[in-house]
Unconditional design. Sequence first.
Lengths: 144, 77
Amino acid sequence: MSKKTLTEGAIKPEKIAKSIGNHSSKTGIGAHNIFLGQVRADKHEGKIVKGIEYSAYDDMAEKTFHEIRESIFEKYDISCMHIYHSIGMVKAGEISLFVFVSSKHRGVSYEASRDVVEQIKDKAPIWKKEIFEGEEYKWVSENK
Amino acid sequence: MKIKVLFFGILEDVSGCREKDFSNFASSDELMKHLKTEYPNLEERTFQIARNQEIININTNLNDGDTIALLPPFAGG
């Protein structure tokens, strides 16, 4: 199985920059498409979300990510793809999902990137809890 | 016979634990019937059931060492 997708805490901008840099030797690539999910400071009944705590069925989630990866490579003519998803606490304004799809031309990279994100939302056994100031929290029950 | 049951997301709050071992349940239906008795609030929750990381939609025989996970609607991303 490929390297782990679930990563503890927020995904740092430096990691994203480094990941882009790592592709400079792959000169057959003409397009990178990057999707980043960022934690929103939503407001519920006057309380502001200060962060999201992600939890997952780790082994099943890694297996699901592997299956998503396989399906994307089968469906689209892409050169490479990387998925990183946070686990644990991620503060509002920080990045919790990083999807990186590269291909020869741009069209397919947009389609594949969207497909990856939708499949993650649909199939990955991951849950989130919105954390408010103090000890309060709320499980997020819908995946929009 | 030992069956490990995992509770995820909001179901962790419903059961009060992340995992618990059970024995002597030959099928997923029997186990679920018991769980709903032990944790009545499960009744009002929506969730899928996975046996050894595979979603099951019908009553399934259980074997010693199986892991059953109760998965509320996913909310990744």
